[in-house]
Ligand binder design. Structure first.
Ligand code: SF4
Length: 209
């Protein structure tokens, strides 16, 4: 269908990550991903999903905040039509992207949550650095940190590009959060600790977002 997208799921919860943490949110999870992060908690999104029209997706929105996620949402060109329709509907929209595909066509009112992949993900060579020049004041940059090597990598990138609105997220059950906080405080980094709140509420195996 011309105005459809391949969808894994639409559900309503509280946002577990980013500066929107805790807000009631409608999640629209798009199918497929071009990356394979070793710690990925949403591998069920790698499949083809089921086609749904933009109108059908809009009709399922229940919350004033909508998170378009994946997989990698930017793999489907109709994601831009979907996000424009959501903005027109008057909801706040964020886009979670793995950071390997260009963000230049994203609607200016969409809050981009851009991953920069650290070495521990196995995907750091896929980072599309030109995206950093396109970040808007409302966007956020997320580093998922697995170990000390990832932390040092993230710190270097943060300082090299003078990034703002930065999230440091420990890999769940692998990177000790207290240790990460100690490193952040030791180095006086202007970053936000990003715990995956949903995993403290629901079973991480079933509600990874
Ligand atoms: S980019 Fe996201 S969905 Fe894709 S493999 Fe990495 S963590 Fe999983």
């Amino acid at each position: 269908m011309e105005n459809s997208l391949n969808i894994i799921e639409v559900f309503h919860s509280v946002q577990g990550e980013s500066s929107f943490t805790g807000l009631p949110t409608t999640f629209i999870r798009l199918a497929a991903c071009n990356l394979r992060c070793v710690w990925c908690d949403t591998s069920y999104s790698f499949g083809r999903g089921e086609p749904q029209t933009i109108e059908a997706l809009i009709n399922q929105v229940q919350c004033p905040y909508v998170c378009v996620t994946g997989g990698e949402p930017l793999l489907q060109k109709n994601v831009h039509l979907l996000m424009s329709a959501l903005i027109e509907k008057g909801v706040t929209v964020s886009l979670e992207t793995g950071g390997s595909l260009p963000i230049q066509n994203v609607h200016p009112k969409v809050h981009v949550i851009l991953d920069i992949k650290c070495p521990g993900s196995g995907m750091s060579e896929k980072n599309l650095w030109s995206n950093l020049e396109l970040l808007k004041p409302i966007d956020e940059v997320k580093f998922v940190i697995k170990d000390a090597e990832d932390y040092e990598y993230a710190k270097d990138i943060l300082q090299k590009y003078a990034l703002t609105n930065v999230l440091f997220s420990p890999v769940f059950d692998e990177m000790d959060s207290q240790t990460l906080v100690e490193w952040i405080l030791r180095d006086h980094l202007p970053v936000r600790l990003n715990l995956q709140t949903h995993k403290f509420i629901w079973d991480p195996a079933t509600k990874g977002v």
